[in-house]
Design a protein. Structure first.
Length: 116
């Protein structure tokens, strides 16, 4: 089973306990559009990916990595969701460690995707 951007968005959304409607409202995207994206009937724009990443509090890069090409999608068997969530959790833990290290040095931590 291939991991697509749509599947990744759905897995992360569900792991974060967000409904499709809540994600749509918070990311300022429509429910029908998100439904099409999650079902892989529509490819999200870069702007939509950025909004979704910010709303779901994950790096946008994860969606771009996953969707970098049909032939290069991640593949898995039964543990697709667990592997994706473990990856997201490692990314979040690394981000926190970096922030803590910068705080200890007296610097201001900024993370990718939050540089607006």
């Amino acid at each position: 089973m291939a991991v697509t951007i749509g599947k990744a968005i759905k897995v992360i959304r569900e792991a974060k306990g967000k409904s499709l409607g809540a994600l749509a409202t918070q990311s300022k995207l429509s429910v029908p559009y998100l439904s099409l994206v999650e079902s892989d009937k529509r490819t999200p724009s870069l702007d939509a990916i950025k909004r979704l990443a910010e709303t779901l509090e994950v790096p946008a890069d994860i969606f771009l990595l996953i969707g970098s090409g049909r032939g290069s999608c991640l593949t898995s068997t039964d543990d697709l969701t667990d592997r994706l969530l473990a990856f997201v959790n490692r990314m979040e833990a690394l981000q926190e460690k970096l922030k803590d290290a910068l705080d200890k040095q007296g610097g201001k931590a900024t993370t990718r995707g939050n540089d607006d």
